[in-house]
Design a protein around this ligand. Sequence first.
Ligand SMILES: [Zn+2]
Length: 237
Amino acid sequence: MSPTNLTAARRQAFAAVATAAREQRGTWVRLDAYPTVRGARTTAGRINNGTAAEFKGAGHWEAYTAACEDGESVWLRYIAGDQAVPRLPKRMTVRVRHDGDGHGYEGVGVLTVTISSRCPRCGGPRGVDTIRAFRFVHDGDHFVVDRWTNSCGHGDVYEAVVAEARQEDRESPADLVQAAYAAQEVGPHASQAANLLARHGHLDAAALVRGEVKNNRGHLSTLQAVEFLRELTGGGR
Ligand SMILES: [Zn+2]
């Protein structure tokens, strides 16, 4: 949807969000949810460029998109001014309690998992800056897990968090590398992407990337490796 054919009601809603965001500079506010990723990304792109009708000004606004229960949500914040706003990381690593997958009791366990820093229900930022260690004792053994509070009000349950982390591990090799690159968890050379893939069990993809590095006599960037993997699977995005 282009800004020119926004309905009047939508325009009014956007203006209200813009006002709310200006009044609380640096705080993420939800704009809308879109049925398609493309629609959400188009809007977020315009906001980030400062060209969206209600969100004018280059460098005044920051927006991102995230999956949510009703499609792909767009979140934004007003950042104009001299004082820097804290960066929102894409992922967060936390310790969660996980007592095994079997039906029988397998004892208390603690898993360290990396999950999206966005709430899976509304796409809002998870409480990355609220993560606190929580100690507990079970049968005389001491354990430490992490707790956090999401400002959107949706609470995270450890079981769902473990399932989410496993789901992320199953994401496509190209998505995995792209997300890690965006989060600065992998370097700019494709050989680093291959190592990352191998660490996550994508051994075939790692071998393919290493082969492509060789074909290019060592000249292959991480982003080129992402493109290469996408072409292989035919999933151009
Ligand atoms: Zn939420």
